[in-house]
Design a protein around this ligand. Structure first.
Ligand code: NAI
Length: 436
């Protein structure tokens, strides 16, 4: 499971050999830890073609400057970019600074929604997505590049997204476009533990990504209910005990799954629902029996649809609640031997896009997905060696992600201030070449 090549390239002989042989050297990524919780350096704020914002940028905990030798982050306000001619000012702003961004630093372009009735503005704003995706591939050294699109001139909607992207929590998120709504965000009472007093339920929490999600949500203050199949009970109880969480052994495909979840909730209510449980049963379609097909669709998609419907309908998910489902880049790019898995994960994307606006309007609940790329877990450890090695390297960071990368992205979507983030499919893939 461990990435031995990444470890080797971090040693003195590894550095020597990779330099001599011209081999790729993936950068060690700065991930969040209590000792290093923030990017280390100032945030350089630039503007291209005049700002389209009607207020100041929200504070995100970094010192803001207008010039810096070695910024930890660069925020380019490109909200005023309204035509192809304005793109020259985007180049003029970024060209002199891009080389100076610190290792594991961040570039975020703040744009506006492309207008349906102004094709010049739409062309220029869409151009920013192309720039971001290309710069993400070029920039290297653990640095990331992302685009955030505002729906309205008020920048307050961007606060939780900018906090996440300009932090070590987004180490494996690059080349992404996050579209915000104009919902006014709410502030948590305790910003250090934003989920204090909230209940979160995570499926598939006995191990892998789910265990990490449970841990990060508990770190952020939530009381977590960890769900996994009864045969994983020993691991489930170990995870739950470590986190002061509740273990609920349950097969989420059971007919009474939603009822059993609802009856475990401390005060019959839930604030964060994370659909993480998932399985693979790979085989080419021509060789795939019906049971392998339906097992995957049942766990990865049908159970998500059924429990979501039941918990929303009964009002178990509180107003201000968050639903985060787990897609996959396989659901975006497709994958040989995974018609069942990719169908189920693409289905998750369909669910999120359709339900998000209605859930927000009717219940005040957001619905988003994370789409992990290659993450180092037991699921990917089971992949044959050569395919595994290709999956690991074929992204802008040249390495696999860790479960905590998906967990941090989930915690960002679950954050009380992330109300304006709705209907998004956030890839946590180090800008994988698959489906790019
Ligand atoms: P994993 O196999 O390590 O863990 C999945 C967990 O879900 C297990 O503990 C399993 O017992 C549980 N589970 C399976 N069926 C269940 C059911 N019917 N009811 C309750 N729990 C059930 O998988 P991993 O790697 O942690 O993946 C987590 C999620 O992320 C899955 O949805 C997976 O499809 C998705 N994903 C993972 C990627 C990776 O690279 N590891 C890439 C893309 C998506």
């Amino acid at each position: 499971m461990a990435d031995r090549y990444l470890h080797f390239t971090g040693t003195a002989p590894g550095r020597f050999l990779t330099r001599r042989l011209g081999l790729p050297r993936p950068a060690p990524l700065h991930r969040w830890s209590p000792e290093r919780p923030a990017l280390e350096g100032p945030l350089l704020v630039l503007t291209a073609a005049g700002s389209g914002l009607d207020g100041p940028l929200p504070g995100i905990g970094l010192k803001t400057v207008t010039a810096a030798d070695r910024p930890a982050g660069v925020l380019l306000d490109a909200t005023g970019v309204a035509g192809a001619a304005d793109l020259a000012s985007v180049h003029a702003a970024l060209h002199p600074v891009v080389r100076t961004v610190a290792d594991s630093g961040r570039v975020v372009v703040l744009g506006a929604r492309p207008c349906a009735d102004d094709h010049h503005q739409a062309a220029a704003q869409e151009a920013l997505a192309g720039l971001v995706r290309s710069l993400g591939k070029e920039i290297g050294r653990g640095r990331t590049v992302n685009l955030v699109r505002l729906a309205a001139p008020s920048p307050t909607a961007a606060e939780s997204t900018l906090r996440f992207l300009f932090s070590p929590k987004s180490a494996y998120v690059s080349g992404q476009v996050v579209e915000l709504t104009d919902t006014v965000p709410r502030q948590p009472a305790d910003p250090a533990r934003p989920l204090t007093g909230r209940t979160a339920l995570v499926t598939g929490a006995a191990r892998g990504i789910g265990a990490s999600v449970a841990e990060v949500l508990a770190r952020d203050g939530a009381h977590v209910i960890c769900v996994d199949v009864p045969r994983a009970q020993a691991d489930l109880v170990r995870t739950a005990d470590r986190l002061g969480a509740t273990a609920l052994p349950l097969d989420i495909t059971a007919d009474d799954a939603a009822y059993r979840i609802a009856s475990t909730l401390p005060d019959s209510h839930l604030d964060v629902l994370v659909h993480n449980a998932g399985i693979t049963r790979d085989r080419r379609l021509a060789n795939m029996p019906a049971d392998r097909w339906s097992q995957v669709v049942d766990v990865n998609l049908s159970s998500v649809l059924d429990t979501t419907d039941a918990l929303l309908k009964t009002g178990a998910v509180r107003r201000g609640g968050r639903i985060v489902a787990t897609a996959s880049i396989a659901g975006i790019a497709g994958n040989t031997g995974q018609t069942n898995y990719a169908a189920s994960k693409a289905g998750i994307i369909g669910l999120v896009r359709s339900l998000a606006p209605r859930a927000a309007a009717a219940h005040g609940v957001t619905v988003n997905a994370v789409a992990p790329g290659f993450i180092e877990t037991m699921m990917t450890a089971a992949v044959p060696l050569l395919i595994r090695e290709a999956g690991r390297r074929m992204n802008s960071h040249g390495q696999g992600g860790l479960p905590v990368d998906v967990a941090e992205a989930t915690a960002y979507l679950a954050h009380p201030s992330s109300g304006p983030v709705n209907g998004q499919v956030l890839r946590v893939c180090g800008q994988s070449l698959l489906g790019a």
